[in-house]
Design a protein. Structure first.
Length: 544
């Protein structure tokens, strides 16, 4: 079995390999434990960060890799990295600690050996369309990354592989495929491929025993600096000769919204000697792309939401103090405001109210809804103020959480007073119901009146004989009497008089009055039949 090469030689997968947690003089004389971060390791990496051996550009690169702000003077950069390491130690976040530690040590070693920079290594990429032989996974310039994976480190060294922006939804644990270069193809289709064998990369076996480990295909449009995942515009994937359907495009004009492709389901991992062929076909490219496969540990949305509960929070007192500070301006008239208890993304009641640490508004979004949205298309923008809110910047708002705990599940809004105190708008719900009942009673009156108005039209044939005597009282404008059908209606409503105005003077001479429309038709039909005897009565026999 082929070993994993490094710049100093090869590490075999047998007795020649060193276990995790070994004493590595090249890495500063220490390495982390496989299960717990010790105080000694923390102090050592903090000393390395604060040493004078790291330049500003190296510190900026470390900040970019770990999602930190990369602007400012050297002291600011060192402080941000130190705070991140300290936070990883406090929460015993071993993957995060390893990621920062290896970035720091790599930067320190590269400053001592400038000839081993990325530029020299990237010139050794295999040509387009080629890949390393299945039984020889070493690719010149990337052997150090393979040795890192063999030694069980949790994050590839930035200068050894391609550094991608980190994501809370997965943790890169090992590089299991060679970096393949996709040469520009402006007019033709082209394919590049690589082979994955479990025997060559034993760490792949974790995917069989642990479903949270996945094999993921990454692609970038450059190999210098921290990259977003980006595939060629026209591209498709084949695994072991079969088409593999995947979304290789992110949101339009939104760098960073493309996700790596999980290809685990199409690989034959239970056959340790099977050469799984991963092929990428692309076209219409004007620049190079770089493809690589990593073993990743998946973090679910539920896991991340639970993690938020144990991380930094926005204290209730600080929110109240901020409200009072805003309302203390003498030039501004302080008024109460309405706070919605619904998530602006899902329009459902908040469960875990969150907002960014840089957000100045009180309105929160639900952590689960926000994370689900970012999992589909990462943008990490606050849905309220559009500021950047990465996972590290998300915090649970204890002020809003207290409101949710003290209100019923049907409560949708509360009123925030200028002093920071809040009142539940329960009266609105009750008033809404009382107003609704009042409107319902009014509707019943209207419906009753309509029924009583329409009733005389139906019953008129039975009471038509009395209509002539009551007709004059209807025509009098000051009369307090109305038709019998609307006698129960209030006198202030003129609707009954409008109904009876349809009657005409001819009705007094006619026999039982029909409803207005039918009466006219009946009268017309009767006059017609009077002049046409053969229709009004049966024909008489002809005398002989």
């Amino acid at each position: 079995m082929s070993g994993y090469m490094s710049s100093g030689g090869s590490y075999g997968m047998g007795g020649g390999s060193q276990p995790s947690g070994f004493h590595d003089s090249a890495n500063g004389g220490f390495a982390t434990s496989a299960t717990k971060i010790s105080r000694k390791e923390l102090d050592a990496i903090l000393r390395q960060i604060k040493s004078s051996g790291l330049f500003n550009k190296q510190l900026q690169f470390i900040c970019q890799v770990n999602g930190l702000k990369s602007s400012g003077v050297k002291a600011d950069l060192q402080r941000r990295i130190s705070d991140l390491v300290q936070d990883a130690y406090n929460h015993q976040d071993l993957p995060r600690f390893e990621q920062v530690r290896k970035g720091v040590l790599n930067a320190a070693s590269s400053s001592q050996k400038p000839t081993m920079g990325r530029t020299q290594q990237t010139s050794h990429f295999p040509p387009s369309g080629s890949s390393a032989a299945p039984n020889n996974p070493y690719v010149p310039g990337y052997g150090h990354a393979s040795s890192v994976a063999a030694n069980g480190l949790t994050y590839p060294l930035p200068r050894a592989g391609i550094a991608f922006h980190p994501s809370p939804f997965y943790t890169v644990e090992a590089q299991v495929g060679d970096v393949i270069t996709c040469e520009p193809m402006a007019h033709h289709r082209h394919s590049v491929h690589m082979f994955l064998r479990v025997n060559d990369k034993p760490e792949i076996q974790r995917c069989v025993s642990d479903p949270s480990h996945r094999i993921m295909l990454f692609c970038a449009g450059d190999n210098v600096g921290v990259q977003h995942v980006a595939f060629p515009q026209q591209s498709e994937i084949k695994i072991n000769g079969g088409d593999f359907k995947a979304n290789l495009r992110g949101l339009k004009n939104k760098p960073g919204s493309t996700r790596p492709v999980d290809i685990t389901s199409a690989l034959r991992l239970k056959q340790s000697n099977y050469p799984n062929k991963v092929e990428l076909t692309y076209a219409l490219t004007q620049k190079k792309f770089y493809v690589v496969v990593y073993l990743c540990k998946i973090n679910t949305v539920d896991d991340l939401a639970k993690k938020l509960e144990t991380r930094q929070r926005i204290p209730k007192d600080s929110v109240i103090a901020e409200i009072n500070k805003k309302n203390a301006d003498p030039d501004v008239v302080a008024t109460s405001s309405v706070l919605s208890l619904k998530c602006p993304l899902s329009y459902m009641r908040l469960q875990t109210p969150c907002r960014g640490t840089q957000c100045t508004h009180i309105q929160c979004f639900d952590a689960t809804s926000y994370l689900q949205l970012q999992e589909q298309g990462p943008q990490w923008k606050c849905p309220i103020c559009n500021k950047s809110v990465t996972f590290e910047q998300m915090a649970v708002d204890e002020y809003v959480k207290d409101i949710l705990a003290r209100t019923s599940s049907s409560q949708e809004t509360v009123t925030i007073n200028p002093n920071g105190q809040w009142t539940a708008k329960s009266g609105d719900h009750d008033r809404g119901r009382s107003n609704g009942s009042h409107l319902g009673d009014s509707d019943e009156v209207e419906i009753s009146e309509v029924n009583s108005i329409s009733r005389p039209r139906i019953e008129t044939p039975q009471t038509a004989t009395s209509l002539p005597s009551s007709s004059p009282s209807v025509t009098g404008p000051g009369s307090s009497h109305g038709p019998r059908g609307v006698a129960s209606t209030s006198a202030k409503r003129p609707a009954p008089q409008v109904i009876d105005l349809t009657l005409s003077d001819d009705d007094e001479d006619d026999e039982p009055v029909q409803p207005p429309t039918k009466r006219q038709n009946t009268a017309g039909f009767r006059r017609s039949t009077e002049s046409m005897g053969f229709l009004s009565e049966s024909p008489r026999p002809h005398p002989f």
